[in-house]
Design a protein around this ligand. Structure first.
Ligand SMILES: Cc1cc2nc3c(=O)[nH]c(=O)nc-3n(C[C@H](O)[C@H](O)[C@H](O)COP(=O)(O)O)c2cc1C
Length: 227
């Protein structure tokens, strides 16, 4: 017999309260020793998370403004990082809801969380797109699976029948096999040119450390903020 929804909710409440945040050994973070810009520190933290095998450490929550002004968010995968320009890039279809939102309001936020290290990084800024002539090279360098997924398209549209999706996938696989140079013109590389980047190191005793970088021309300012 399955448990009643009330029983399951009661169990969930118990579990939520039984689990203190950050109750594990976490790395330290000395903001005095932090580099002059955020990219170097981000590379250090993400590399640490990947080496520690944090699952999907390379993904972030992307926040955008919905077409009706309501905030929207979903997970995307980091594809490129430009250390000179301070731009973090991901790939998405221009016709997807996020693509349409970014066309209407090209500003976004990316938020990362690496639980094993108790670390969060938040960044926000204007969004730039990679020029179409360079996208051909980017698209052709993708795995076959990624190219097929892009060519299927129609992301976030209602799906009446799973069989329709399977047929569209097979069709995309066939088209790509017939023409390996095939491109998806809607496939886009979006880059968040961070104006502000915050590094958050959690601590079990709630003495979290927060360091905020802000762009100041070609350089960055650094400031601690209250936890
Ligand atoms: C781990 C993970 C990685 C993802 N990476 C991407 C990505 O890089 N690009 C993308 O368009 N969607 C990615 N998605 C799917 C999105 O979260 C989302 O479901 C999809 O893009 C539709 O979003 P939209 O309706 O806001 O456009 C990923 C999802 C997960 C869970």
């Amino acid at each position: 017999m399955t448990e009643s929804p009330d029983r399951r909710l009661a169990e969930l409440r118990e579990l939520l309260f039984a689990r203190p945040a950050m109750a594990r050994e976490l790395p330290g973070f000395d903001p005095e020793a932090a580099p002059a810009g955020p990219v170097e520190l981000f590379v250090d933290w993400l590399t640490g998370a990947l080496r520690a095998e944090v699952p999907d450490a390379q993904v972030a929550v992307l926040g955008t403004t919905g077409l009706d002004g309501t905030p929207d968010a979903r997970v995307v995968t980091l594809r490129e990082l430009d250390p000179v320009a301070g731009v973090w890039s991901f790939h998405a279809g221009a016709g997807s809801p996020k693509g349409r939102q970014l066309a209407a309001d090209p500003r976004a936020a990316l938020t990362w969380y690496w639980p094993a290290q108790g670390r969060q990084v938040r960044m926000r800024g204007p969004v730039v797109t990679t020029p179409a002539e360079r996208m051909a090279e980017v698209f052709r360098a993708l795995s076959t699976k990624s190219r097929v997924a892009a060519l299927v398209g129609r992301q976030s549209e209602p799906l009446a029948e799973p069989a329709e999706f399977r047929a569209a996938r097979q069709d995309a696989e066939r088209r790509l096999a017939e023409d390996p140079e095939l491109l998806d013109p809607a496939y886009t590389e979006y880059g968040v040119r961070a104006e502000q980047v915050e590094f958050w190191q959690g601590s079990f005793d709630r003495q979290h450390v927060r360091l905020v970088y802000r762009r100041a021309g070609d350089a960055w300012t650094r400031e601690l903020v209250w936890p």
